[in-house]
Ligand binder design. Structure first.
Ligand code: IPE
Ligand code: IPE
Ligand code: MG
Length: 232
């Protein structure tokens, strides 16, 4: 089956799950699963460019992931830092915009700086926007949006007001959400934004995810009839 070029999702959001199980299956420490996960992120960015996807969002660290041991958390931050530093030139070359959602405040200073630099250097690009969700929680995003609205003295709040004050204000809602590893839950990802997203749950562990899996996900998406509450 071939992809219909006219019906490529504008925004794909990915809940990258299964790094730990991928490592365990191979008798490796969890960190090596996360490390292999970074390669899958790079592959996926390349595939998104090739397929003409405009927005790709990766759930990299949730507000709940602080429950993990410090070594694992620090290891994930190291990978984010290294990935940003290593790939920035390539991002610039390919005109990819780097963006983040989530509350960066609790992150180590050098990581915050690496993130800010990557965003600053790529802010004028729009061929593909790659967003990393870092210390991101859908509930936290909503709570922060409501706090902003309250601080502006708003008492009558519309869905549009909420949307404009979420971290994702500059992104369209995801058309397709992929969660790898066979788990079928949202784990506090973009709760408000995913109201009408199509969901796809491949069994593949994230480090094994490749272009074939992405194409399969899009083919599944292209078979869906999106009605948004209406009748076709
Ligand atoms: C996803 O893989 C990566 C993050 C949550 C950072 P996991 O680390 O959750 O892998 P499993 O679910 O234990 O296999
Ligand atoms: C969701 O995966 C968060 C990320 C992918 C960053 P988790 O592995 O943390 O989710 P649960 O704990 O299985 O719900
Ligand atoms: Mg997991």
């Amino acid at each position: 089956m071939k992809l219909k070029k006219s019906c490529i999702p504008t925004h794909i959001a990915i809940i990258m799950d299964g790094n730990g199980r991928w490592a365990k299956k191979r008798g490796l420490v969890r960190h090596l699963g996360h490390k292999a996960g970074v390669d899958a992120v790079k592959r996926t960015i390349n595939s998104c460019m090739k397929l003409g996807i405009k927005f790709c969002t990766f759930f990299a660290f949730s507000t709940e992931n602080w429950k993990r041991c410090k070594d694992e958390v620090d290891g994930i931050f190291d990978l984010v830092r290294t990935h940003l530093n290593d790939s920035i030139e390539k991002m610039i070359e390919h005109k990819i915009k780097i963006n983040t959602i989530g509350n960066l405040q609790p992150f180590p200073q050098d990581l915050k700086e690496a993130i800010e630099q990557a965003k600053e250097k790529t802010k004028s690009f729009d061929r593909l926007t790659v967003t990393f969700a870092l210390n991101y929680g859908g509930r936290d995003d909503l709570a922060r949006a409501f706090s902003k609205l309250a601080s502006q003295g708003k008492t009558e709040i519309s869905p549009q007001d909420i949307s404009c004050n979420l971290d994702t204000f500059m992104l369209p809602d995801p058309d397709l959400v992929v969660r790898t590893s066979g788990e079928m839950r949202l784990s506090n990802f973009m709760l408000f934004q995913m109201a009408y997203s199509e969901l796809y749950f491949p069994k593949t562990y994230w480090p094994d995810f490749n272009e074939k899996h992405l194409i399969k996900a899009i083919l599944s998406y292209q078979k869906r009839e999106r009605r948004f509450g209406g009748i076709k």
